[in-house]
Ligand binder design. Structure first.
Ligand SMILES: Nc1ncnc2c1ncn2[C@@H]1O[C@H](COP(=O)(O)OP(=O)(O)OP(=O)(O)O)[C@@H](O)[C@H]1O
Length: 503
């Protein structure tokens, strides 16, 4: 055994995992060290989540060894992994409103006294200690229902740490957080490091990897293709390892002739979420919507798509008044919306990729009285291919795809309906850096063919790279608008935060 592995908090050696038709992990090794953050990077489908599931006892490896302090261990169940101090902080940890903070932290593994009864005094003391250790000022005796979102998140973290963790796994922990919460999470990571925990951090965001990781490990197609210290590498080198080739053009926007207005929105208002939204979108245009989390962008898009009802407002499509009272009316008028949360609602997990992609398009053609099966299938093949979908075959159930590849299926499915207007909410969230440029290139090409795109994004480089024009929202209102030639990161940030004079 290499010397370094002796110091590792946990080491995986020669791990292999195969699913029918897919070798998800092939002889991979990885060591995590106390007090250090190791970033695990790789394209969608590279095998990151599979490794996490092996480390947390959800999947069993087909071969290979896991050792702690040099001694072999096995995790036949999730409980076994947590008994060995391996824990994962999930966004979707289930918490119970009616229970107290301390009960939520220790539910399922409460300390007991020598009579086998739950030791309440001990529970409160330990809950207090854990909450203190992560800097959460929450009373363990309060009911969960009394807490706000940020504090609930802290309770979920405390719950993960209550198993006396030696290894903490964070799988894309900042994907759904606001900037302020992200900063708090980074502070928490620093505390965990100082506490000697070994942290495995999975992220598609390179800025955060370079900010908080000490080491990196790169997976490509189920193999470990590189590892080392963050201080001794740079972004280009990591991307090249991940993708297997240099990636230069991250935002390959084409110049597209912009046509006449396709969609004109005026006076859109909602009692609580947004007010007086008005703009028009032209043929071939990519219109960015920038703002902080909570600025009302998604809420407005949901109203425009007929998911919620505005209290006032009018829409014109191709200069005709349009009434949109439901998503199906929106689709009929040629408007589709790809929401940010695509995972659970966007696809039917047990259905093959093919059918998922053609589902809404088939409904459309059969309404017209005929089904152009072959045409729809070739469209599905083209669209999934153009979005860089990684799947063994299009007959595979969507539920077996990696998270990022499921996202691509949802985008392909709505693009394949060939709408006039597509609203993409955070189109590249969860999508790896190499595929990201494929998604962007395809968006740009479709705009060139006359599609009009509204792109809600919180990523400034994506907005700057892809938009012909950007609208900035803050507190439910449009506060600024910039054409491509006048956009800058500073102007966007200032307008979104309400600092200085808005344009
Ligand atoms: N339960 C399963 N059945 C069949 N194949 C699976 C299953 N789980 C994962 N796979 C396959 O294993 C491979 C690795 O997937 P994994 O989810 O580990 O990727 P990932 O690196 O986490 O991707 P992402 O960045 O998109 O989250 C993929 O080809 C995926 O389709």
């Amino acid at each position: 055994m290499p010397d370094a592995q002796q110091h590792a908090a946990i080491a995986l050696d020669g791990i292999t995992k195969t699913f029918p038709g897919v070798r998800a992990l092939s002889d991979v090794s990885l060591a995590l060290y106390p007090g250090e953050v190791t970033a695990l990077v790789g394209e969608n489908g590279a095998g990151k989540s599979t490794l996490v599931k092996i480390l947390t006892g959800i999947y069993q490896p087909d071969g290979g060894e896991i050792t702690i302090g040099g001694a072999p261990v096995s995790f036949p169940t999730a409980e076994a992994a947590s008994e060995h101090g391996v824990t994962a902080i999930h966004q979707e940890t289930v918490l119970f409103d009616a229970l107290t903070v301390a009960e939520n932290i220790f539910i399922g593994h409460a300390p007991t006294n020598r009579f086998g009864l739950i030791d309440w005094k001990e529970i409160h003391v330990r809950a207090r200690d854990i909450l203190d250790s992560i800097g959460a000022r929450i009373d363990p005796r309060h009911r969960l229902s009394e807490l706000g979102i940020a504090n609930r998140h802290m309770v979920a973290v405390a719950r993960a740490l209550s198993v006396d963790a030696r290894v903490v796994i964070m799988d894309e922990p900042t994907a759904a957080l606001s900037q302020k919460e992200i900063e708090e999470l980074y502070e928490l990571v620093e505390k965990l490091k100082a506490d000697g925990k070994a942290i495995l951090f999975i992220s598609h965001k390179f800025d955060e990897i370079f900010r908080i990781a000490d080491r990196y490990t790169v997976f490509r197609d189920g193999e470990m293709v590189g590892e080392g210290k963050i201080a001794e590498t740079d972004e280009n080198a990591l991307v090249e390892l991940m993708v297997g080739r240099p990636v230069d053009q991250v935002f390959p926007k084409q110049e597209v002739a912009i046509g006449e207005p396709v969609l004109t929105v005026s006076g859109y208002r909602h009692p609580t979420e947004f007010e007086d939204i008005g703009f028009s979108l032209r043929r071939g245009e990519i219109l960015g919507f920038y703002g902080l989390v909570g600025a009302g962008r998604s809420e407005f898009m949901q109203a425009l798509f007929g998911i919620t009802r505005p209290s006032a407002g009018a829409v014109r499509i191709d200069d005709e008044i349009a009434v949109i009272r439901s998503p199906s009316e929106a689709v009929k008028q040629g408007i589709v919306y790809v929401p940010e949360e695509r995972g659970t609602q966007g696809t039917i997990a047990a259905m093959p990729i093919f059918e998922n992609v053609t589902l809404p398009s088939l409904a459309k053609v059969s309404r017209r009285g005929f089904v152009r099966m072959a045409e729809e299938f070739s469209l599905a093949r083209e669209y999934t291919g153009r979005l860089d979908l990684r799947a063994a075959s299009l007959d595979q159930p969507v539920g077996n795809l990696s998270g990022g590849n499921q996202q691509k299926v949802v985008i392909a499915k709505w693009l394949a309906t060939q709408p006039k207007v597509i609203i993409l909410d955070e189109p590249t969230k969860g999508i790896d850096i190499g595929s990201k440029s494929a998604v962007h290139a395809f968006m740009s090409e479709l705009a060139g063919r006359g599609l009009s795109i509204i792109m809600v994004s919180s990523e400034i480089p994506e907005i700057l790279g892809m938009s012909d024009r950007v609208i900035v929202m803050r507190e439910g209102r449009i506060v600024a608008e910039f054409p491509r030639e006048h956009m800058s990161a500073e102007k966007l940030v200032r307008a979104a935060a309400g600092i200085g004079a808005a344009a």
